[in-house]
Structure formats: structure tokens, C-alpha cells
Design a protein around this ligand. Structure first.
Ligand SMILES: [Zn+2]
Length: 485
């Protein structure tokens, strides 16, 4: 058998950035806090305690559904998904099953093989589980349960089996993450477990694809980076093909990914829906969403990244820079504030993507927040002054670290560093004449028509002005003097 086609479906769980948990008023911001300090009888599952639905989480769910082109049902309810597991203190998880908050959506991708569409089967809300930690104390092993995470609002987004390669799966995930983060409803932080990835994969022959036949699939869980998704899917595709070509069968199963060994590991055979004995949560009323409710949420949807990129392209930036400038909403806002402070698009973009981001990397600043950056308006001013020849390129490099450190205005930083531009014939001519006298050989070459040596002379003059020479003036006066005799 020569050709095998791949079929991939993707599931993402993301925690939502609400203030409180899904069904109680416990603080949802628990990172780094002592275990079991964000708990109450509701999220600990004490008998007789009544849950209430977090309205903010419902709104976030609808926002995601709309942004993913899903339809929102007129009504829904939460159901109990029953399974025994130590991190599930109640013995069941409240989740949306029959009526998810969004269904039949899509995400459009641009790939190397042209446009591709990934169907979004469903978006539903549920609650996170507690977190287990396994420790050994004095030779005895213990499992510790931290319930700070129990009941945290969780959203699950499930695709149709539409991705045809690991690249498409990763492209979908990147785009989905952008949507969630730009909506402001999720942090997207995979390393913290706030966004968790799973993918199911099967392979089939072209004839089976033409007939719409799917073979057994395997699901790889707990993938915590895009790279792990890519690697796990590549590995699993090869494993399944090798098995079929050896005449073996693939059993439907749930797998883990051992990133150190670079292989999938068997965890359990896949559960079926009936294993969970879903039934509607009797302690919560059904949810109703009117068209007006949904329209009110739609009106709040912020501008998403593709729209921002398109807007930057319309300003005259190329795709690459438009993508870099919109890598976080905070950076995009910063760029736009700098633009409003003056300076041309090209100059501000280049200043930001060149000198400023170099400083950002050096100082290991997180671009989700821009509070550690110089005021955006001052960056705009700097761009404007550079454009007008009031500062030179070398001076910009000198000024930026100080703007980071002191938070001063551009003018104050210039005064403090003694930065000014050496311009005008009075100041520049004596310097130019001295440089020419000291570089007779280079002067002779330029006069003999070797124009590229001109750059060397410009560099020498700039050096003599300690980088403070106005570049336009230097070039003009230098040419003038050289033409003189
Ligand atoms: Zn609670």
C-alpha cells in the first residue's frame, strides 16, 4: 500500500478568565496560592449545596461561539457526567452535553496548500477538576488533592475530523488560541495548563476517503504545546500505517504522549458516552438564550487578530510586520498609540520591531503586557523626531534603554544624555574637512568614481561627530566639499 491519508479531529479545553468559579463565588485567580484555599462547600461537592451558574462564563461561552461562527441554541442545560476519579470530588462533572452553547461553527485557515476549513462541532461549558499531586514522604507514597482548580470555568471546543495533516492541526490551534486570547476570555497559557490540547487521528486509503469511510481512531491527550501536537500526530500516523501494512488492526484507544521518548503510550480503551450516564443537573434551571441576549453579546465582540492584520496591511505594512505587530493585543494597542503620537507608519513599525523589540528581548519583557515599555506616545515622538532629523539612528539606540529604565520623555532623556544633532555648515564643515584631510586615499578613490567609498567617508564623519551628525546634512555637505576641487 503506497498512499495513506490522515484524518484529525481536535479538542481544546481552556480555562476562562472569569472572576469567580463556574458554580460558586470562589475566587478563580488561584495561581501560586496555598492548596485548598479557594474552596467552599459547593466546589467541594458537599451534600445539599446548590450551584449557581456564572453569568460571566455564559457570556464568554457565547462570545467564543459567535467568534467561531457557531449557532447558539435557544436553550441549554448542564448535565452530570459521572465518573469516579480522585480529582473529581463530587463524583461527577457538570458539563453541557445535549445542548452545547455553540455548534456547527468553522475556522478558516490559509495553508501552503490553499484555503482550508475546519468545522467546529461544538463549544461547551463545564467545570475543571481538582489537581492531584503524587508525593513520597518517608518511603510512603501519597496522592494529594488541591481543590483550588475544582469548579474553575472550562470551555471545550471540539472540531469535526476535518484536519488532514499535523500542520493543519497546528495552524487551527494557533488560530483558535488567537481568537480566545483576543476575545479576552482566556490566557492561552499552555505551559500553565490553562489551555490543554488533545487530538484524535486515524488513517485511511484514498478509496476509503472517496467513500467517506473512517477507520478506528486514537486520541492523544494532555498535549501541552503546539510542537507536542505536531510530534504526537506525526508519530501516531506512522505507527498506525506500520500496523496496517503489517496486517494488524488498530484498537480505538486513549493515548498519552511521552515527549522525552518521542512516542505515544497506551492509557486506556476509549470510553463511550453511555459510560458517563449523563443526566440533567436537577439543581440548576435550564438556560434560555433569546436572540436579543445573543445580539447583546455580539455587540461586545472586540476586533480579532485577522481584522487587525488586515487593517495594518491597509496602512501599507506587509503581512509579516502586520503579524508581528499584532502578536498580542497589548502590542497592537501600543503600536497604535505610538502612531497616534506622531511619526509615519513605516518609521514607527520599524522602530518598534527593530530597536524596541531588541530591548524587549534583552529585558525578557512579556508582550502580553506593555507596562514595562516606554510610554507609547513617547515612542511615537521618537519616531517623529527621527523622521524629522532631530535625532539620528545611533542616538535612537542610545535613547531607548534610558526610556526603558527611567520612563522619561524623549526630550528629558535627550537632555540628560547630552544628545543633540550636529547639523549646519558651521559645525559640520570643519569636521568634514578634517576627515577628508586624514583620508586622502579614500578621497582619491571617490574622485576616481568609486562611489561606494563614499559610505566609508560618511561613516568617518559620523564617527567624528560621535554619531550626532544629521545624516542628511552630512551627506549633502560631504558631496559639496568633494565636488569643490
Ligand atoms: Zn467554591
Amino acid at each position: 500500500m503506497s498512499e495513506w491519508l490522515t484524518v484529525i479531529g481536535i479538542e481544546v479545553h481552556t480555562q476562562l478568565l472569569t472572576r469567580s468559579k463556574m458554580f460558586c463565588s470562589c475566587d478563580n485567580n488561584y495561581a501560586g496560592d496555598e492548596p485548598n484555599t479557594h474552596v467552599c462547600p459547593v466546589c467541594l461537592g458537599a451534600p445539599g449545596m446548590l450551584p449557581t451558574v456564572n453569568a460571566q462564563a455564559l457570556e464568554y461561552g457565547i462570545m467564543a461561539a459567535l467568534a467561531l461562527d457557531c449557532s447558539v441554541p435557544e436553550f441549554s442545560w448542564f448535565e452530570r457526567k459521572n465518573y469516579p476519579y480522585p480529582d473529581l470530588v463530587k463524583g461527577f462533572q457538570l458539563t453541557q452535553y445535549a445542548y452545547p452553547i455553540g455548534a456547527h461553527g468553522k475556522v478558516d485557515l490559509e495553508t501552503d496548500h490553499g484555503p482550508r476549513r475546519i468545522g467546529v462541532r461544538r463549544v461547551h461549558l463545564e467545570e475543571d477538576t481538582a489537581k492531584n499531586t503524587h508525593v513520597t514522604v518517608a518511603g510512603e507514597s501519597y496522592s494529594l488533592v488541591d481543590c483550588n482548580r475544582a469548579g474553575v470555568p472550562l470551555m471545550e471546543i471540539v472540531t469535526e475530523p476535518d484536519a488532514r495533516s499535523s500542520e493543519e492541526a497546528v495552524a487551527y490551534l494557533k488560530k483558535l488560541r488567537d481568537v480566545l486570547v483576543f476575545l479576552g476570555i482566556a490566557s492561552g497559557k499552555m505551559e500553565e495548563g490553562a489551555m490543554r490540547l488533545e487530538a484524535n487521528i486515524s488513517v485511511r486509503t484514498p478509496a476509503e476517503a472517496a467513500a467517506g469511510v473512517l477507520r478506528k481512531r486514537c486520541e492523544v491527550k494532555n498535549l501541552n504545546s503546539f510542537e507536542n501536537v505536531r510530534a504526537a500526530l506525526e508519530y501516531e500516523r506512522e505507527r498506525q500505517i506500520a500496523a496496517y501494512e503489517a496486517g494488524e488492526e488498530i484498537q480505538q484507544a486513549t493515548l498519552g504522549w511521552d515527549s522525552a521518548a518521542g512516542r505515544t503510550v497506551y492509557q486506556r480503551s476509549k470510553e463511550e458516552a453511555q459510560d458517563y450516564r449523563y443526566f440533567p443537573e436537577p439543581d440548576l434551571p435550564p438556560l434560555r438564550f433569546t436572540a436579543a441576549d445573543v445580539d447583546a453579546v455580539r455587540a461586545k465582540l472586540p476586533e480579532l487578530r485577522p481584522a487587525i492584520i488586515a487593517r495594518y496591511e491597509a496602512l501599507g505594512l506587509d503581512r509579516y510586520r502586520a503579524e508581528l505587530l499584532s502578536q498580542t493585543r497589548a502590542l497592537a494597542t501600543y503600536f497604535e498609540t505610538a502612531l497616534a503620537g506622531g511619526g509615519k507608519v513605516e518609521r514607527v513599525a520599524n522602530l518598534l520591531l527593530g530597536d524596541l523589540l531588541a530591548q524587549v528581548n534583552e529585558r525578557q519583557i512579556n508582550l502580553e503586557e506593555t507596562t514595562a515599555l516606554p510610554a507609547a506616545g513617547e515612542l511615537g515622538r521618537l519616531a517623529q523626531q527621527w523622521e524629522a532629523g532631530e535625532v539620528t539612528g545611533p542616538q535612537v539606540k542610545q535613547l531607548l534603554p534610558r526610556l526603558f529604565e527611567t520612563g522619561e520623555t524623549v526630550d528629558a532623556a535627550k537632555a540628560a544624555l547630552g544628545i543633540r544633532v550636529v547639523g549646519g555648515a558651521d559645525e559640520l564643515l570643519p569636521i568634514i574637512e578634517a576627515v577628508l584631510a586624514a583620508n586622502a586615499a579614500a578621497v582619491a578613490k571617490v574622485k576616481a568614481g568609486e562611489q561606494k567609498v563614499m559610505g566609508f567617508l560618511v561613516g568617518q564623519v559620523m564617527k567624528a561627530t560621535k554619531g550626532q551628525g544629521a545624516p542628511g546634512e552630512v551627506n549633502r555637505l560631504l558631496a559639496e566639499v568633494l565636488a569643490r576641487d
